[in-house]
Design a binder for this molecule. Structure first.
Ligand code: B12
Ligand code: SF4
Ligand code: SF4
Length: 403
């Protein structure tokens, strides 16, 4: 059973010497000029803002990662995430992103699930599985606002200039976090921490200040390969390398077109992201439940009924997923995913919902509805539904499913 999380200093400050956060707005606020004292105070501030681990690395610390990124792109492993290619130069080197950066402060925020087994939902085939990170308020917004407060504190107390990043910028957050000593990149490629297992969000503050750098953590995966072996779509060509085109997280969130046929069955009822490789990591035994209520799961998103999700129109989708990361996918892509899950449910009571979506305005949805019905209905009954569609892709879906 996971324990409630209290902020953890990682390897940077021991508990006995835990500093209190300096006060804001004192009458005479002295600038912190000693880099070590500044870093200690910064760590205390980061804890106060809910971050569990903090570390600092040099801007030129990820030269290997740059090479790996180039190989990843050359293989086409990024699929249709073209933005990875167009930003590759800046992404592979913080100095190319911002020439003035002297230190990269990496922060990790624990979002450990409050359930014993976050994969238990995968057996409830009439329900949709939304990955743990997306069941609460959108972490991008929450973390960004905390990074802004920390950055303001840094400027007020030490001067310098700053830039903050979380997820969407051209920054390689995982290798930077590993260099800053927050953990190591596991065989699933994500950052694993000895304190929080695989459930950490990452954020970055670039600063012109020179702070003491931390040592990188060691790889503690050993002979384990649980994450590689559990992957339902075999998305790891080898340990430590991911082919995003095969990853359910990519397919259900980033990929805009119809989901390639070869992955549909393996997707099961995962309708937004995937947690399998994170959830099996043995380091999670040290994981703690995220203590931040805002990151916690909304009840409505823990095990939503596929039948209800299939009925969402655009306005209802926006209302249900207001302020969550899910809304980024948009209603059509999301309902496409719901239909894949319906096709995998084996639940014939969902046939009317899928049938209604044959008339949806979105060809993406209509095509997925064809596939779902082909899996739930008898062949003759299904063939009787065949109609000419205005969209060539949907017609192809009919042809293939009836062939
Ligand atoms: C693009 C992206 C994705 C893509 C591609 C993922 C990927 N692994 O590249 C997709 C959509 C698939 C994805 C999925 C997920 N993502 Co994502 N994603 C990103 C993003 C925006 C960029 C990652 C990136 O730079 N990839 C490029 C590759 C080349 O870099 P890399 O993954 O670090 O690859 C390293 C290894 O593969 C290794 N390597 C490569 N080749 C070789 C060869 C050898 C021989 C060796 C030894 C090593 C090696 O070196 C590379 C460089 O360090 C980051 C945010 C950011 N700005 O960094 C979030 C981020 C990585 N995602 C995150 C999360 C939470 C997820 C999901 C768990 C969400 C979910 N539940 O569905 C899944 C996990 C899937 C997985 N197993 O990776 C978190 C991870 C937090 C953490 N603790 O690590 C991040 C950091 C966002 C955040 N700010 O918190 N994501
Ligand atoms: S997130 Fe799921 S599909 Fe993607 S690599 Fe991990 S286990 Fe495989
Ligand atoms: S599951 Fe095993 S191999 Fe994968 S990241 Fe965790 S410790 Fe490493």
């Amino acid at each position: 059973m996971a324990r409630l999380n209290t902020p953890h200093p990682g390897s940077h400050v021991d508990d006995a010497n835990r500093p209190s956060p300096p006060l804001y707005g004192g009458r005479e606020k002295k600038k912190l000029t000693d880099p070590a004292a500044l870093k200690t105070a910064l760590i205390a501030q980061a804890w106060a803002h809910g971050f569990g681990v903090v570390g600092v690395t040099r801007p030129d610390s990820i030269t290997e990662a740059k090479k790996h990124l180039e190989a990843f792109l050359a293989d086409g492993a990024h699929g249709d995430m073209a933005w990875m290619e167009t930003t590759a130069e800046r992404r592979g080197d913080p100095r190319a992103l911002w020439g003035d950066v002297r230190s990269v402060i990496m922060l990790g925020l624990n979002y450990g699930p409050d359930e014993e087994d976050p994969l238990a939902i995968l057996k409830r085939r009439d329900r949709g599985a939304i990955s743990v990170y997306a069941r609460g308020d959108d972490y991008h917004e929450l973390i960004k606002s905390r990074l802004k407060q920390l950055a303001r504190w840094l400027i007020e107390n030490a001067g310098g200039d700053v830039k903050i990043f979380v997820d969407t910028a051209a920054v390689m957050e995982k290798p930077l976090a590993a260099s800053a000593g927050l953990g190591w990149q596991g065989k699933h490629t994500n950052l694993v921490s000895r304190q929080f297992g695989s459930w950490l969000f990452l954020g970055a503050i670039f600063t012109t200040l020179e702070l003491p750098y931390d040592a990188a953590d060691k790889d503690h995966c050993g002979s384990c390969r649980a994450c590689v072996d559990i992957c339902p779509t075999k998305a790891f060509p080898s340990p430590y390398r991911l082919d995003a085109r095969r990853c359910i997280s990519y397919l259900t969130i980033e990929h805009k077109g119809p989901i390639p046929r070869e992955f549909r069955e393996a997707i099961g009822n995962r309708i937004y992201g995937c947690d399998d490789c994170l959830a099996v990591c043995p380091w999670n035994k040290y994981a703690k439940i995220g203590r931040d209520a805002k990151f916690g799961a909304r009840e409505a998103l823990r095990a939503p009924k596929l039948s209800e999700l299939a009925r969402l129109d655009d306005a209802q989708f926006r209302t249900l997923f207001a302020k969550t990361a899910v809304k980024r996918a948009g209603r059509d892509r999301f309902v496409r995913n719901v239909l894949i899950a319906i096709g995998n449910s084996g639940d014939v009571t969902l046939v009317p919902d899928a049938k209604r979506l044959l008339d949806d305005a979105s060809p993406l949805v209509r095509g997925a509805a064809v596939w779902a019905l082909s899996r739930l209905m008898g062949r003759d009954e299904f063939a009787a539904l065949r109609r000419e569609d205005a969209d060539a892709g949907v017609n192809e879906e009919w042809d293939i499913t009836l062939s």
